[in-house]
Design a binder for this molecule. Structure first.
Ligand code: 5GP
Ligand code: ZN
Length: 112
């Protein structure tokens, strides 16, 4: 399968990794939208949040816990935002489930 995030998870495409374990990888976004912009992905290929099910969804909790831990390590003491873009209207451009951890500036609401 030609999936850029599967390749990053496998180490076939280089990335600036912040964290890795047997289930997930966190790495810096190539085109940061905030002073801190980290992507967290499951190593398993899940195309989007729409493809989550009873068998594969446990990893999402692990991703959220890890994101909170990374936010603490990166001193995002004022808060941060976690974003999942799903599908065309959600603005998803890479078809492998990922969560954006954004911080280091004040976020706007509602998002554009
Ligand atoms: P989406 O728009 O699908 O929610 O987010 C995809 C994100 O992946 C974008 O923020 C984009 O900058 C990032 N991205 C795309 N290709 C690469 C890559 O090869 N390496 C890294 N580190 N980030 C990437
Ligand atoms: Zn993939």
């Amino acid at each position: 399968m030609d999936c850029i995030f599967c390749k990053i998870a496998a180490g076939e495409i280089p990335s600036n990794k912040v964290y890795e374990d047997d289930q997930i990888v966190a790495f810096y976004d190539l085109d940061p939208q905030a002073p801190v912009h980290v992507l967290l992905i499951p190593k398993e290929h899940i195309a989007s949040a729409n493809e989550l099910n009873d068998r594969n969804s446990e990893v999402v909790g692990h991703i959220y816990l890890t994101a909170a831990r990374i936010a603490k390590e990166l001193h995002l003491d004022n808060g941060y935002r976690i974003v999942n873009n799903c599908g065309v209207d959600g603005g998803q451009t890479v078809g492998h489930l990922h969560f954006h951890l954004l911080g280091g500036r004040s976020m706007k609401w509602p998002p554009g």
